[in-house]
Design a protein around this ligand. Sequence first.
Ligand SMILES: Cc1cc2nc3c(=O)[nH]c(=O)nc-3n(C[C@H](O)[C@H](O)[C@H](O)COP(=O)(O)O)c2cc1C
Length: 232
Amino acid sequence: MKVLHIIATPRDLHSNTMPVTAAFLEGLRDRYPDLSVDTLNLFAEDLPAVAGDNIETKYTLLIGKPIDKRHKESWEQIERLIAHFLSADIYVITTPMWNFSIPYALKYYIDSIIQPGYVYRYNEQGQPVGLVHGKKMVCITSRGGDYSDQGPFHAYDFQEPYLRAIFGFIGISDMHFINAQPMDVTQLLRETAIASALNAVHDLVSTVAWDSNPTIIDLNLPAALKPKPLPL
Ligand SMILES: Cc1cc2nc3c(=O)[nH]c(=O)nc-3n(C[C@H](O)[C@H](O)[C@H](O)COP(=O)(O)O)c2cc1C
C-alpha cells in the first residue's frame, strides 16, 4: 500500500500542520507495517510549466486531437507528474489555509495534474467523468482562525469545499478531513486545536479499512453512458 504525502506548506519544521500529519502517518505505519510513503514537497519541487506549450497541448487534448512532436517532450513532464500521482493508493495532503483557500503551490500542482484523458473525460453527453478510482484521500489542514461548522466564519472556508470538489471531480470519493483550528488566536486555543486534531487522527487511523477499495461513485450515469477509455 502506497501513500503519496503531498506537502503544501513551506514552513518545514515550523509548520503547524505537519505534526498532525506526522501523527497520522505514524499511526498508519503502526497498523500497516508494509506501508510505503512517498513525499512530494510542493514548495521544494520544480514542477513543469502549465503555460506555454503545455497549455496548448491541454486544449489539443480537449478537442480530441493527437499531440504533435513539437509539444510532446514538454508534455512528458506533465505525464510523469500524473503517473506519479496515480501510482499511490492513498493521498495525504498537508496544507494550511491561505486566504480562505489553498496555497498557490498546491493550486499549481492541481493545475498540472488535472488533465483531460488522464484523470477525467467528458462523455458523449458532455458530462465530466472522473477516471481516478479506488483511491483514498486524507486532507490535513490548519487554519489561523476557526471555520468550523457552527462558527460565524464557516462560509469563508473555500479550502475544504474546493478540495472536495476538485478531487471528487476526478473520481476520488473516499475523502477525509482533519482541520486543526484556530491555530493563531491564543496559545491555549492552539493547544486545544492540536489536541482535538490528534484525537481525530487516532479515530481516523483506527476506524477506516485503509487497505480496502472505496465505493465508486460514477455520477449515476445509466449503463449506456458509462465512460470508455480515451485514446491518449
Ligand atoms: C499567506 C498566508 C495566508 C493565510 N491566510 C489565512 C486565512 O485566510 N485564514 C486563516 O484562518 N489563516 C490564514 N493563515 C494562517 C495559516 O492558515 C495558519 O497559520 C496555519 O496554521 C499555518 O500552517 P503551517 O504552519 O503548516 O503552514 C494564512 C497564513 C499565510 C502565511
